[in-house]
Design a protein around this ligand. Structure first.
Ligand SMILES: *Cc1c(COP(=O)(O)O)cnc(C)c1O
Length: 423
């Protein structure tokens, strides 16, 4: 039986999240059987060094023994209650302790849900309707966020999916990442109407694009002056760039923060949090409704707690950075040896190589990448046992489980692949 062909009969496209279907690289997805440390294994037993890490959550690698042990302990007592538990308090305390701007936090089940709820809260708090997002930033698939700019007309927006009413789309304004003037312009044209600006402080869904010096600080000040809330979507960067996420890394104080991925340690968790004064508008203390049958699920909390405790140990990020830098430097040398000028963006343990010469500092730069070359590169790496995300516009992640041997092997395979393609 071909599992993927069979799955397509029962699940749209055979997958439960579109990018997994290999649409942009062609071919059929690998069907995974298990993961252990830095490796995943497909149903035929082939081994891959994995840099997808479940799209970010697995900062400790696959089936970390401490997380698994904790899950086993907790599962013995039941899987869900829909009533308060001590585990929820424990994870909330860790989040508040680690993330500088978060004084209070609400747990949900996914990043999408976290962002959707944070936007609702920002609209309620400011009593304004419009929101600003950046082209190329992804914030989950809720209606308000599935919007991009229509053919250069910044204020007349088209939904990026059928089923999103254009009435919703009109309330979402699109600015250019790393271009503060584009944000100022929107504020000027919509005076007193902007509830919030939401941004991935390091963009991780158009490849990896770093904020230019001062950009986030200017954004913070602009929001303050305009009475709009600044929302940091730290679903990738939270607990990834540092214990306190991008806000700690860059010294920014957002009003609200959304979290996901690492916070669940591989189980489904999202969260949104921020200043107490804002968070106390959430039901049942305040009037902003938001709920969830499985929110704060004990298993999900347990995996999150164990993961966050481990990444809070002294030296964790120094260790992770050393691993990542070894890989990024190796890639850099490979490019140099082959005289290739592809853009390579990295920060801490996340990175992306673009099949485009020169710099990538914006969405417009990123989309100039040659996705056909990426597809060829991707499949060659996969054949040689290195699993990357099946799209040019995704990050790769180094986990704590990647060994020196893994990294050296990856650098070698990277060189061989590029040499085959361009040597
Ligand atoms: C993954 C992601 C989301 C969506 O999270 P889901 O758990 O997939 O719903 C939102 N924002 C960013 C920045 C993400 O990377």
């Amino acid at each position: 039986m071909n599992i993927f062909e069979e799955s397509k009969k029962f699940i749209p496209g055979g997958v439960n999240s579109p990018v997994r279907a290999f649409g942009s690289v062609g071919g059929e997805p690998v069907i995974i059987k298990k993961g252990e440390g830095s490796k995943i294994y497909d149903i035929d037993g082939k081994e891959y060094i994995d840099y997808v890490c479940s799209w970010g959550p697995l900062i400790l690698g696959h089936s970390d023994y401490r997380v698994v042990k904790k899950l086993k302990e907790v599962i013995e007592n039941g899987t869900s209650f829909g009533a308060p538990t001590e585990l929820e308090l424990e994870l909330a305390k860790l989040v508040v302790d680690y993330v500088p701007s978060i004084e209070m936090v609400r747990m949900v089940n996914s990043g999408t849900e976290a962002v959707m709820s944070a936007i609702r809260l920002a609209r309620a708090y400011t009593n304004r309707k419009k929101i600003i997002k950046f082209e190329g930033c992804y914030h989950g698939h809720s209606d308000s966020l599935l919007v991009k700019a229509g053919s250069g007309a910044l204020t007349f927006n088209q939904p990026s999916s059928p089923g999103v009413p254009e009435e919703f789309a009109k309330l979402t304004l699109i600015a250019d990442y790393n271009d503060i003037e584009s944000v100022k312009k929107l504020f000027m044209e919509n005076k007193g109407e902007i509830a919030c600006v939401i941004i991935e402080p390091v963009a991780g869904n158009m490849g990896v694009v770093l904020p230019k010096d001062g950009f986030l600080k200017e954004l913070e000040e602009l929001c303050k002056n305009e009475g709009a809330l600044l929302i940091f979507d730290e679903i990738i960067t939270g607990f990834r760039l540092s214990k306190g996420g991008a806000q700690e890394y860059f010294g920014i104080n957002p009003d609200l923060t959304t979290l996901g991925k690492i916070i669940g340690g591989g189980l489904p968790v999202g969260a949104y949090g921020g200043k107490k004064e804002i968070m106390e508008m959430v039901s049942p203390v305040g009037p902003v409704y938001q709920a969830g049958t499985l929110s704060g699920n004990p298993l999900a909390m347990a995996a999150g707690i164990e993961t966050l405790k481990i990444l809070g140990e002294p030296g964790f990020y120094d260790n992770l950075r050393a691993k990542a830098n070894k890989l990024w430097e190796g890639f850099g040398e490979n490019l140099k040896r082959l005289n290739l000028k592809f853009a390579f963006n990295s920060i801490e343990s996340m990175a992306c190589m673009f099949f485009k010469d020169g710099q990538v500092e914006s969405f417009k730069d990123a989309v100039q990448s040659d996705t056909k070359l990426f597809a060829e590169f991707f499949h060659k790496m996969l054949d040689k046992g290195v699993n990357l995300a099946p799209s040019q516009f995704e990050a790769m992640f180094v986990s704590m489980a990647h060994s020196d041997e893994d990294l050296e092997k990856t650098i070698k395979i990277h060189f061989e692949t590029l040499k085959e393609m361009f040597g």
